[in-house]
Design a protein around this ligand. Sequence first.
Ligand SMILES: [Fe+2]
Ligand SMILES: [Fe+2]
Length: 355
Amino acid sequence: MTSLSILSTTAPLRVATRPQTYLFLAVRTYSGVAATTLNSSCLAKQRPSPLTYTSKRLISSTPKPQIKEFFPPPENPAVKDVASAWSHPIYTDAQMQSVRIAHREATDWSDWVALGTVRFFRWGMDLVTGYKHPQPGQEISKFKMTEQKWLTRFIFLESVAGVPGMVGGMLRHLRSLRRMKRDNGWIETLLEEAFNERMHLLTFLKLAEPGWFMRLMVLGAQGVFFNGFFLSYLISPRICHRFVGYLEEEAVLTYTRAIKELEDGHLPEWNELKAPEIAVNYWKMPENQRTMRDLLLYIRADEAKHREVNHTLSNLDQAVDPNPYQTEYQDPTKDHPTKGIDNLKATGWDRKDIF
Ligand SMILES: [Fe+2]
Ligand SMILES: [Fe+2]
């Protein structure tokens, strides 16, 4: 059974009845910081863990709450399974633990264009989602990220992260058709990256349900980002891959921070939370590695892979070089484009140094 089929047929049902909670959204203005309290319907509302739900039902005499499935199974009774072409490789625990926050030094003006754009996007995202993180030595209590805030951030980011691979893959596909030439392996890697990011999004949507405000933000962001990235990729695919490489550096940083907060006990609702079935099946998670922490480790490893792949693709001649992740060379002793990043270095921010 493939991962995509599991997505639509065996996803667990979760109840969507939870006491109304409120999320705190900090909105900065030019004159200072204004604080706005938004009803949770505006942002992602965390779904209750099955554990919490079960214990509550044991002592409850109220009618059973309505069960809501965000992505319902296919309604066609004739469909038993839907196959997927992309099966996720199995990560070892050692591979996932070895992921480090890292940065590829910008070496020319085009790198700086990509890096500057990512830093600008990150600043805007932090502003909009109220994300803050303490610098070394600062108190964490001042920068409290709740489970809901993390999920809101993850959902928004993953909805955007699935765009570049699809745009790049689509444009290279069209170029191959137009010029009647082979693409040499880029299209599959790019489309698979987009699929992988969508699986991240679908996984988080099993844990939280976005409200109307979040949906509006996703709609607007997709409209702007898709068109912007499409035009940019037509002009310079090399800068676009560098941009994604830097974006993925930020993704690794974000997930590393979330994992650290969870391990330090700042996200208690996730202590007992199990990874949704869609995730268990997609990543083929072993039985003893299905916690929320494990899930974040899997996703972070994916982001680290995207970081490596996109920095590598950016180093290549976009029109000529084959994709080294898909290519077997006739004569491996000769010089060829290779995997890996020229100057990606761990920044010294090991997990213990994050705060
Ligand atoms: Fe992702
Ligand atoms: Fe990613």
